[in-house]
Design a protein around this ligand. Structure first.
Ligand code: NAD
Length: 497
């Protein structure tokens, strides 16, 4: 928890917000003058009018990106120069951390301590880590014969379009733009219409760091208006998308219907968290389970929203989890001691409340929460909600709620736990708690998920890939593997004799 002595309310009053797009290194309105109103979910206050980019604006941004790519103003720089610029970019995020954290919290509703100590430093670290990596990555020579040289090299794909969601706005943007930019691509970023503000500042900070104008463009707007023309664009070589599985499917179709651009999709989840009766430390399991589902108001793609617990320890674990809830009561997001903020908007709060109603209607037992909180603020808050006696067929167990709602499902055998865990369209993350090392390995192998945690849930590092199996998507953000998404593989044959 932050303890900065910053008066965030006072800072918020003096914050200047520019909602214009960032294209070709310049702030500009949408060509047709369209805007949308950006409201804060913490109290409903209006923050800014934001440019609502349309196809014409996307075309301009892509043209700027293409020109910048073709004249090699960025792609042609030595990796060590791109490294230095990316590190400067990271430094600028830290230098502007107060402003960025405030924008993120006001725009998206998460607690200021999470923005200031979590999202902004993690975003800077992403830029820095990929910057530092890029002059240490080597190409290959194939083991052919001595009369030829076959070089296998990686080259930037060209123009990358990226479309990101609202739940970790600046961090999701950086997971895309860092590996795309370091490899020499030009980028057009479309942030979510629900939280576009930090992305727009990223554009300016990139320019200030030395990323040449036109290389990095930010086009706020709605999905169908701005996202679709980007995904459909014939001059975009790769689309890197993070968002819901439903929209991810459309992105794949648009890639196929246009120029068969590479389409990388990081999508939703409904992650299982399995606690076996031989779990050594139920206190830690309860604390980690609650922290991971309630962090970020439950609006995390990898949140362990299904808690699978062996029946013999269920009552004990449930009691401990309920005791954890006092740590996650919604409060003022601009107070540094707050751990649970507002949901991103009224629509998201309404969706979550509908899921809660469906849980009750389908026979799940509501143990805690289940209702709107802090309505008097004009903001959109929901108390941490726990359902017991859930079955995997119920809607609350099958669909991604994307809110602070935990479903508890009892099981009797290891085989049953694996079956329930894998019985989902998603495969983003999973966890299991046991002190039996053989069981830990064997169950982990059988869980169909991109990340499996054993006896923890919150381990995280930029060095490891992040992404899903099944309808949680394809491709991976983070780690050196992310570079693969933004590079083409080229073979060059050289005849020696
Ligand atoms: P969303 O799919 O509604 O929107 C994501 C982005 O796509 C937004 O920028 C939106 O404007 C745009 N979009 C919407 N319709 C479009 C269209 N027809 N054409 C082009 N673009 C379009 O998702 P969301 O509600 O913003 O985010 C929540 C989802 O993101 C959840 O499902 C969550 O699990 C997922 N997510 C996944 C990861 C991951 O790494 N796997 C990370 C964060 C969030």
């Amino acid at each position: 928890m932050a303890n900065t002595k910053i008066d965030w309310h006072a800072r918020a009053k003096t914050l200047k917000i520019d909602g214009r797009a960032f294209i070709g290194g310049v702030r500009m309105p949408a060509a047709g003058g369209q805007t949308f109103e950006c409201f804060s979910p913490i109290d409903g206050r209006k923050l800014a009018d934001v440019a609502s980019c349309q196809e014409v604006d996307i075309n301009l941004a892509v043209a700027c990106a293409r020109t910048a790519f073709n004249d090699r103003r960025w792609a042609g720089l030595p990796p060590k120069t791109r490294k230095q610029v990316m590190i400067r970019f990271a430094d600028l995020l830290i230098e502007n951390a107060e402003e960025l954290a405030l924008l993120e919290t006001l725009d998206m509703g998460k607690p200021i301590s999470a923005s200031f100590e979590g999202d902004v430093p993690a975003s800077a670290n992403t830029l820095r880590w990929f910057g530092e990596a890029i002059d240490k990555v080597y190409d290959e020579i194939a083991p052919t014969t001595e009369s030829v040289l076959a070089m296998i090299t990686r080259e930037p794909v060209g123009v990358v379009g990226t479309i990101v969601p609202w739940n970790y706005p600046i961090l999701m943007a950086c997971w895309k733009i860092a590996p795309a930019l370091v490899t020499g691509n030009s980028v057009v970023l479309k942030p979510s219409e629900k939280s576009p503000l930090t992305a727009l500042r990223l554009g300016e900070l990139a320019l200030e760091a030395g990323i040449p104008a036109g290389v990095f463009n930010v086009v706020p707007g709605f999905g169908p208006d701005a996202g679709t023309p980007l995904a459909m664009h014939m001059d975009v070589d790769c689309i890197a998308f993070t968002g819901s599985t439903g929209v991810g499917k459309k992105i794949q179709i648009m890639a196929g219907q246009s120029n068969l651009k590479r389409a990388w999709c990081e999508l939703g989840g409904k992650s299982p968290n399995i606690v076996f009766a031989d779990c050594k430390d139920l206190d830690t399991a309860a604390a980690a389970s609650a922290a991971s589902i309630f962090y970020n108001q439950g609006e995390s793609c990898n949140a362990p929203s299904r808690l699978l617990v062996e029946r013999s320890i269920k009552d004990a674990l449930v009691k401990k989890i309920l005791a954890e809830l006092k740590k996650y009561q919604p409060a003022d997001p601009l107070d540094e001691s707050t751990t649970m903020g507002a949901l991103v908007d009224c629509g998201q709060m309404t969706n979550v409340l509908k899921y809660i109603a469906s849980g009750k209607a389908q026979g799940a037992k509501l143990l805690a929460g289940g209702e709107q909180a802090r309505a008097e603020t004009g903001g959109f808050y929901i108390s941490p909600t726990v359902f017991d006696e859930v079955t995997n067929e119920m809607t609350i167990a099958a669909e991604e709620i994307f809110g602070p709602v935990l479903s508890i499902i009892a099981f009797d055998t290891e085989e049953e736990a694996i079956k329930i865990a894998n019985d989902t369209q998603y495969g983003l993350a999973a966890a299991l708690w046991t002190q039996d090392i053989s069981r830990a390995h064997l169950v982990a192998q059988r869980l169909r998920a991109g990340t499996v945690h054993i006896n923890s849930y919150d381990e995280d590092d930029i060095t490891v890939p992040f992404g899903g199996y099944k309808q949680s998507g394809n491709g991976r953000d983070k780690s050196l593997h992310a570079l693969e998404k933004y590079t083409e593989l080229k073979t060059t044959w050289i005849k020696l004799k």
